[in-house]
Design a protein around this ligand. Structure first.
Ligand SMILES: Nc1nc2c(ncn2[C@@H]2O[C@H](COP(=O)(O)OP(=O)(O)OP(=O)(O)O)[C@@H](O)[C@H]2O)c(=O)[nH]1
Length: 705
């Protein structure tokens, strides 16, 4: 609402108020020598208000179906009644011909007061009415009531004037009843003006401001009518002129603010809409319910090589035929009842072929009546081309991946759907159609021990902490064996919250590599002759055990075993026999050890055993038992039993040991003592400043070292 529209009704109200005050100082002189000379002006002024009243009624009646209709119907009905009574007032004015009964001031005043009362009550109610549409019966009822009031007023004034108090006595002027009534009316108009003004402020409604100003001016008019002595004197004329001014304001309120301004707003909106649809690259056309063009945008006209004005009013086929564009012509049907989508080819005027994605959708009024159809076509030729190129590229990549022996998986995390490529399925012994396209097909085949590794790689990646996912694990083949695979993948889509929605990756069978790695590990950690752990691996195990001992978590012992006079075996029976004895020795000792014990060949005929969770006494018992069992278990060489013995050096791992070789040295010393003590015995390494006890044939002996 502009300042201008706010200030105009206010300015006019002030100007007319000031003029009213100033005119109060003027004597009530006569303007016309003969009252009949005033008739023409009076009739003209009254006819103006009657014409305005008729227009307000016509407007309200025609807009009764709109959302603002209720209030407008009310205003129209009120003005219908007021206009009819004012018409009777005009015909009854002093000097007018007989209108049923002779005309005269009293009769005219009765009509006047009735019309003014009806109008002010109508404006007061109008200021309070909510803005909503009325049911048709309500609109009809209010209009009929207003008509009834007007006719009733005429009936009373024309046929029963004697029922009414006298309002004017010629020569004396207005009666106290008339003056009092005018004061009451003036007060009511002031109240109406205030209420309308308040409503105008609340609704930011320019037309209500003009109505408020009109009510104010009508109040002033009523005050003029308290002052006149003669029906054609200055105050009477001024009162009528003020009424004229008030009706001009009503005209302004209802027609200029209520009709012209909304129309201007509508035109602005239309222009905006037009600019909008012309600026979009989509092809837009709209049709009436019979399928005839109502218009189209520039893109549509350009694509079909037509002008919008040539299309309007024509059906599609007729319009395109007329424009010589037969290819663009669709079937001449009506409009669609529900939105429809389809793809269509369009041969453009420059001979190019475009692929259109067309949406036809009906548009309806607020009552759901179809007003026509909007047709929006989007050119997606480029997008389709790009999609095809991407699909082709994807196919090529897939081919390359598959021919490299890599399986592909594509997992939708929201639905659990997981598509496995044929190679993926073949890797675990299935045909592509034998596995369900669901992630459970993968989950239920994963080795239970490998879930930890999979989660450790997958979860950070799904959470966005890593760029990709890569893990090696075992998966069960259809025939039951485990296949080692390397899986690598990456999140392709995330949802609005950033949660992974789709992950795609490859699967590679790495069983061969794993087997090779295992055998390499075997080679690196074991002794080829006996299959025992070798020195390097044993040293690693020693280090680990020493760590536990130093942390006070366990006690452990180291046994160093050396076959006695083994050189003689070799020299007497040959190297191969020596090997047989060595392997036999390993078998004999191995069965005597616990699963947690680590048995290794340190080189030549020297072996070592690491005994975790054991004290010195326990370790000596084991060592002594080994001596006894070995001595009692001859090897079979060339069909002959060959007895041999072993000497054992025993050392405990100490918390104070800085390195594993400290225990090793102590055990070696004890072994040396066992050899020097006569062999086939176990000797416990001497603790600091303590002579080590020695066992022989189950008896403890003291080593010489
Ligand atoms: N057959 C065979 N002999 C081996 C192997 N490794 C070492 N030897 C032999 O083991 C013998 C070790 O001899 P020595 O170190 O003199 O000790 P010993 O004869 O056992 O005497 P004591 O240890 O003092 O009881 C040597 O003859 C080595 O050749 C092997 O892998 N196979």
């Amino acid at each position: 609402m502009s300042i201008k529209s706010v200030s105009k009704p206010v300015s006019w109200s002030i100007v007319l108020g000031v003029v009213f005050i100033l005119s109060g100082f003027m004597p009530p002189g006569r303007l016309f020598s003969d009252p009949e000379h005033y008739l023409a002006l009076h009739t003209a002024l009254e006819f103006f208000s009657i014409a305005v009243a008729a227009m307000v009624f016509a407007l309200g009646w025609n807009l009764r179906h709109t959302t603002r209709g209720g209030r407008l119907v009310w205003l129209g009905a009120v003005f219908l009644g007021v206009g009819l009574i004012d018409f009777a007032h005009t015909l009854s004015y002093a000097g007018m011909p007989v209108f049923v009964t002779p005309s005269g001031a009293d009769k005219a005043i009765q009509f006047w007061l009735a019309a003014r009362l009806l109008l002010v009550v109508g404006l007061l109610v109008f200021a309070l009415l909510p803005e909503r549409r009325w049911p048709p019966a309500c609109a009809d009822g209010v209009t009929a009531a207003a008509l009834g009031i007007a006719l009733l007023t005429m009936w009373v004034v024309l046929w029963h004037q004697d029922w009414l108090p006298v309002s004017f006595i010629p020569g004396e002027g207005a009666t106290p009843f008339k003056v009092g009534a005018e004061y009451v009316l003036a007060a009511l108009y002031v109240l109406a003006a205030l209420m309308l003004w308040q409503r105008a402020l609340r609704d930011r409604d320019a037309s209500a401001r003009w109505l408020a100003a009109a009510a104010w001016v009508l109040a002033l008019a009523e005050l003029y009518f308290t002052l006149y002595v003669d029906v054609s004197d200055l105050f009477n004329v001024a009162g009528h002129l003020y009424k004229f001014a008030a009706y001009a304001m009503i005209y302004r309120a209802v027609f200029v603010s209520g009709v012209r301004e909304p129309q201007q707003a509508l035109r602005r909106e239309q222009a905006l809409l037009r600019a909008l649809i012309d600026s979009v690259p989509d092809l837009i056309a709209f049709k009436d319910p019979q399928g005839r063009y109502l218009g189209c945008n520039k893109a549509y006209a350009k694509a079909y090589g037509v002008r919008e004005c040539d299309l309007v009013g024509l059906r599609e086929e007729t319009a395109m035929r007329a424009a010589g564009n037969l290819d663009g012509a669709g079937a001449d049907g009506g409009v669609v009842s529900t939105p429809e989508h389809h793809e269509e080819w369009l041969e453009t005027v420059d001979g190019g072929l475009r692929l259109l994605d067309t949406l036809r959708t009906p548009y309806r009024d607020e009552n759901g009546v179809t007003l026509g159809e909007i047709r929006i076509s989007r050119d997606f030729t480029e997008r389709r081309k790009m999609r095809e190129q991407i699909a082709e590229r994807e196919q090529r990549v897939m081919l390359a991946v598959e021919s490299a022996g890599l399986g592909v998986w594509d997992w939708d995390l929201r639905s659990g759907r997981c598509v496995f490529s044929p190679t993926w399925c073949e890797m675990i012994g299935f045909r592509a159609d034998e596995l369900p396209a669901h992630v459970s097909a993968w989950e239920e085949r994963v080795h239970p021990e490998d879930w930890g590794d999979i989660r450790a790689a997958l979860e950070p990646h799904l959470g966005g902490a890593t760029d990709s996912y890569r893990v090696e694990y075992r998966i069960r083949h259809q025939d039951g064996h485990w296949v080692w695979v390397m899986a690598a993948g990456r999140v392709l889509d995330r949802d609005e919250q950033g949660a992974a929605a789709r992950v795609v990756g490859i699967h590679q069978d790495i069983s061969q590599r794993k087997t090779m790695e295992e055998s390499l590990l075997q080679l690196a950690t074991s002794d080829p002759l006996t299959g025992l752990w070798n020195r390097r691996h044993f040293t690693e195990m020693m280090r680990g055990e020493l760590g536990r001992v130093r942390r006070g978590q366990s006690q452990a012992a180291l046994l160093l075993l050396d076959l006695d006079h083994f050189k003689r075996v070799n020299d007497t029976h040959g190297h191969a026999a020596g090997d047989i004895v060595l392997r036999h020795f390993v078998n004999v000792v191995d069965v005597q050890l616990r699963e947690a014990d680590v048995f290794a060949r340190m080189g030549g005929e020297e072996f070592a055993v690491l005994l975790p969770c054991i004290d010195a006494l326990g370790a000596m018992r084991v060592a002594e038992r080994l001596c006894r069992v070995v001595a009692a278990s001859p090897a079979m060489v060339e069909g002959q039993p060959l007895s041999f013995t072993v000497s054992v050096g025993v050392a405990m791992l100490h918390e104070a040991d800085q390195a594993h070789d400290e225990a090793y040295s102590r055990a070696d010393e004890a072994l040396y003592a066992a050899k020097h003590g006569g062999r086939n015995r176990a000797v416990l390494a001497r603790e600091r400043d303590t002579a080590p006890p020695s066992f022989e044939g189950g008896a403890v002996s003291v080593s010489s070292g």
